[in-house]
Design a protein around this ligand. Sequence first.
Ligand code: ZN
Length: 151
Amino acid sequence: MAVRILRKFQDDVLRNKAKPVKKIDKHITKLLDDMVDTMYEHKGVGLAAPQVGILKRLVVVDVGGCLLKLINPRIVEARGEDVDVEGCLSFPGVFGEVKRPEKVVVEALDPKGKRIKVGGEGLLARALCHEIDHLDGIVFIDKVIRFTDED
Ligand code: ZN
């Protein structure tokens, strides 16, 4: 496992659409492990593959000690609304209020290729939406209602 270089706001890779993963091989599982290392190194709660320069639909999230490694994730249900302050490892020192669903259900493949459904609310729902946005080249500052000084 290894910490990869984080791509920052000025990097065009963050603005591109990531491609679905067709085959889950060692390369993909290694990349997911590296993404986990990179997320923990920078004390984040989520990371998407474009943030380490790879345009594949891969996301890792750890909210409250529950680590999720998601392949080709997509939101299949969203309910409610919640406005809260958000930040992003690719935008150090930038924080702002973003409106997200209060609850979401995400469908994805796990690293073994098994189809899974993950339900999340509050911060977990927020992190899932934020990371899945990255896969479509959308970053949180696009959705900020009001910038704030801190998180
Ligand atoms: Zn982010």
